[in-house]
Design a protein around this ligand. Structure first.
Ligand code: COA
Length: 370
């Protein structure tokens, strides 16, 4: 195999069809099952979007009511999951907690070895319902606070914020959170989704696929970037220099600036304007114009220096910060959202499976003998 045939990082390689979402870099658009993500974010709840991703159509009122009942009934933190989390040190990353919790949930699932479409949908819905308790409990235990029981009268986003902070969030905060969950829900064959599909292709189970996907999402070139954005902001603030000066220095040191650039979008991430809108609302709600100034300053400087545009993680990081989430919790929030996309891909892969097993070109020492 010649050198030219190897596409490092599978860049530009189309590996399969998907009917779940369409990323169109030319028009900077993203469709979930045909609907522009901006329209969904403006008009739908995350619960409705989850059903759309799983089933291909937006739910009827009756379907939504039924799913909401399932979701609310599966929110309470499982004692076995809590016990497993308590075994993990506070020094570990919250993504390790999500990964472990998913594995424990899978191991205890009554249909653990059943990967039928019905079992997979049930597992996806239950995991969707269970993850907020995991994320919220972990953030709270790290500051010595007890778990907050879920509230059945609240929707997914309001309850997530309730379980994390122990107080009801303002409607505009719930709305911004809902928007972030929808924008993070799905993005075709990104690294973690592809990981989930590879695991599924071996006929392994949904929880194994999601556990592996969480591992892939943890890295700073993928989901970890939303946390890294906040570290960048903190560094700029602590050094007291303006964003352009900080950037010049960082680029001189050949640093990658987290929250900028994208493998597919080279002309701007389709999700950024909507997420930036949510950030602006939070800046107003929490009265933090300084953060937006920093955000805009670095964005402009990056545009001038490299002509590289922000990706979704850039506005999402400071939005979650303003809401009160600890920085290491940002990527677990991405997990809670992306469970929808991952599990939709698990079901799609399982429905038309072919073992994913690429080839490699050997470039080690030539054959030799003992
Ligand atoms: N900061 C600085 N330079 C960047 C950059 C960034 N965030 N993103 C891309 N570039 C530069 C690269 O250094 C490279 O420059 P060169 O040609 O002079 O070597 C060029 O742009 C192409 O980048 P490359 O890394 O080859 O693109 P890619 O498609 O492989 O990478 C990412 C895409 C996302 C991995 C990359 O943009 C990145 O590391 N971004 C930061 C992490 C991040 O925000 N991830 C979340 C993605 S949603």
């Amino acid at each position: 195999m010649s050198e030219q045939e190897i596409r490092k990082g599978l860049a530009g390689v189309v590996v399969d069809y998907t009917a779940i979402s369409k990323v169109n870099p030319e028009s900077n658009s993203l469709l979930y099952r045909g609907y522009p993500v901006q329209e969904l974010a403006a008009q739908k709840s995350f619960e409705e979007v989850a059903l759309l991703l799983w089933k291909g159509e937006l739910p009827s009122e009756a379907e939504l009511t039924e799913f909401e009942a399932t979701e609310r009934a599966n929110r309470a933190p499982d004692s076995r999951v809590k016990a497993a989390i308590d075994l993990l040190p506070l020094t570990c990353h919250p993504m390790d907690v999500c990964r472990t919790a998913t594995s424990v949930i899978g191991a205890n699932h009554p249909l653990a070895e059943d990967s039928s479409p019905e079992a997979n949908l049930r597992k996806a819905q239950e995991l969707f319902a269970a993850m907020p308790a995991v994320v919220a409990y972990d953030q709270r235990r790290r500051t010595g606070l007890p778990a907050v029981p879920p509230r059945e009268d609240l929707g997914y986003s309001a309850n997530f914020l309730w379980m994390t902070f122990g107080e009801e969030a303002a409607p505009e905060v719930v709305e911004a959170f809902n928007v972030s969950m929808i924008l993070y829900a799905e993005h075709s064959f990104n690294a973690s989704t592809f990981t989930a599909r590879v695991v599924t292709s071996t006929l392994s189970d949904l929880h194994s696929a999601v556990t592996a996907a969480i591992g892939a999402l943890k890295g700073p070139l993928h989901g970890g970037a939303n946390e890294a954005v906040m570290h960048t902001f903190e560094e700029i603030q602590s050094t007291g220099v303006d964003p352009a000066a900080w950037l010049q220095d960082a680029l001189a040191q050949k640093k990658k600036i987290m929250g900028f650039g994208h493998r597919v979008y080279k002309n701007g991430d389709s999700r950024v304007p909507t997420m930036r809108g949510a950030l602006e609302k939070m800046v107003e709600h929490y009265q933090r114009p300084d953060l937006l100034e920093l955000y805009t300053g670095l964005e402009e400087a990056m545009g001038t220096a490299k002509n590289i545009k922000p990706n979704l993680d850039y506005p999402a990081g400071p939005t979650y910060h303003l809401m009160g989430f600890a920085t290491p919790t940002f990527t677990p929030l991405f997990v809670a959202a992306r469970i929808t996309g991952w599990s939709a891909h698990v079901m799609e892969q399982a429905a038309s499976n072919s073992l994913i097993r690429p080839l490699s070109a050997y470039n080690g020492v030539a054959e030799r003998h003992l």
